[in-house]
Design a protein around this ligand. Structure first.
Ligand SMILES: Cc1ncc(COP(=O)(O)O)c(C=O)c1O
Length: 470
């Protein structure tokens, strides 16, 4: 399938390869000539696409040619004033926006279940987290969105806040009432950064949630690699308005490598083109398949999480292509046990929580593959009496006491203590196992016995934690 002048970066890369220039520059593998033979055999001609900033291939730090053109096309497609290609995942986009908008001591309103990249950004920027009250769905044990009432209360209590961060959708595909939340924030002149790492495909089918850009968000970060066919690490940051002081661009240049991978960047150009040309058709098919899987599972007594179960004050619905299967219908004690059983059956899940397993369905999943998943799921052991009711799963963290900003705690003198001796101490490290990357503890938080119990579950009874040396 030819791109016919519609994928500027990809085409520039192909043109450059055709020129067969003698390479006296990086990368040192010289079009794959100096690499491990098996690697060369597997990747073959693709290695010649691993280029650097030679004439004609533009420069991600200050784009004016093929990269600028590719980013402009992406911005047009997503309805943004400006789009940046990211080569360090959505993580770097989140960090760049927070660095560009916040100074030490500035308050950021956010749900406590934000991804660890956000906490890293708080460490870098010196901003102070203000946590929004968010409900937790006890069965199967996952975070819901942010109720507008929680945001209204936080705006009242923190009129000087600098930024609102929302997660749309959560890892499990749950979508907050983003339109209402953005309107509330904008009424107070507060810009909104949306972590849409898991929502790059939103808006491509009427059954999918809307993109946060369509709901008025100012900054939207998407992991194009998670659902849209770009390569791992390749992501995008969209700005609803231009970046007048070039603050976001400067922050990205502070954080990103000076040797961005052209293979990653071209994969963004092509993912956008694929979505533009076939997105509706491809995602329509993926949605239809996801709905069929949901129906088959429900009919077989293994009901996945539905929009009805989550919709309410804190959530407007969910992404049907994100399949959350509660373990209560299985004779397996936990999501981890279900994931292990599925692995033995040749199926790898995205995430295993205590109370559920999570599957991501994209247009890359064909009928046959989906059939194999269904067969594996339907052969998992079931409890004798049907669905086990009444099982509840506690949240991994409550809203903590924040004694220091994450940056203050990070920079303070610190030492390591056994977990058993750390009650009441201020954490100096971020402990947020991935997936899902939710912080069990973040720097600056006072550690309660309940927090330490959870850390012990991760680090073991002899585990240690880095604390501020008071
Ligand atoms: C909610 C959320 N935000 C951000 C990220 C970071 O995305 P990336 O891996 O593209 O850096 C993740 C990664 O899993 C995530 O789950």
């Amino acid at each position: 399938m030819k791109t016919q002048g519609q994928a500027p970066l990809w085409e520039a890369l192909l043109n450059y390869r055709q020129q067969r220039m003698g390479s006296w520059h990086t990368p040192g593998h010289k079009d794959g000539a100096y690499t491990w033979p098996e690697w060369r055999e597997l990747l073959g001609p693709a290695l010649a696409l691993d280029q650097t900033e030679v004439p004609g291939l533009d420069n991600l730090a200050h784009p004016s040619g093929a990269i600028a053109a590719a980013q402009e096309r992406a911005a047009r497609f997503y309805g943004a004033a400006r789009t940046f290609f990211l080569v360090n995942g959505a993580s770097v986009g989140l960090m760049a926006v927070i660095l560009a908008t916040c100074r030490p001591g500035d308050e950021v309103l956010l749900p406590r279940y934000a991804h660890r990249a956000v906490f890293n950004a708080l460490i870098l920027s010196g901003a102070r987290p203000v946590y929004l009250e968010t409900p937790w769905l006890e069965a199967p044990g996952l975070p819901l969105g942010v109720p507008p009432a929680s945001l209204a209360a936080a705006l009242q209590g923190h009129p000087g806040a600098r930024l609102l961060l929302l997660v749309h959708p959560t890892y499990e595909g749950i979508v907050p009432r983003t339109g209402e939340l953005v309107a509330l924030a904008h009424d107070r002149g507060l810009p909104v950064l949306v972590d849409a790492a898991h929502g790059a495909h939103f808006g491509l089918d009427p059954a999918l949630p809307l993109s946060p850009l369509d709901l008025g968000a100012d900054f939207v970060v998407q992991s194009t690699h998670k659902t849209m066919g770009a390569l791992t690490q390749a992501a995008m940051l969209h700005l609803r308005e231009e970046d007048p002081a070039a603050g976001v661009a400067a922050a990205l240049n502070l954080l990103q490598t000076t040797s961005p991978s052209y293979i990653l960047m071209a994969s963004l150009d092509l993912a956008r083109l694929l979505a533009e040309e076939r997105g509706r058709q491809d995602w329509g098919r993926a949605v239809a398949r996801a709905l069929t899987v949901r129906e088959r599972l429900a009919q077989a007594g293994l009901p996945p999480l539905t929009a009805t179960a989550v919709t309410g004050p804190a959530a407007s619905g969910l992404d049907v292509t994100r399949l959350v299967l509660p373990v209560t219908a299985l004779a397996l004690g936990s999501g981890q046990a279900a994931a292990a059983a599925l692995r033995r059956a040749g199926q790898e899940v995205e995430l295993a929580g205590a109370g559920y397993v999570l599957f991501i369905i994209t247009p890359g999943d064909g009928e046959e593959k989906i059939g194999a998943l269904l067969t594996a799921l339907l052969s998992l052991p079931r409890p004798a009496g049907g669905v086990i009711s009444g099982r509840k799963f506690a949240p991994p963290a409550e809203i903590p006491e924040v004694a220091l900003t994450p940056r203050e705690a990070w920079l303070a003198p610190h030492r390591e203590l056994p977990l058993k001796e750390a009650a009441g101490r201020i954490a100096a490290e971020l402990i947020a196992p991935c997936p899902p990357g939710i912080a069990l503890v973040a720097p600056g938080e006072v550690m309660t016995p309940a927090v330490l119990d959870r850390l012990q579950a991760v680090r073991g009874p002899a585990g240690r934690v880095v604390v501020v040396d008071e």
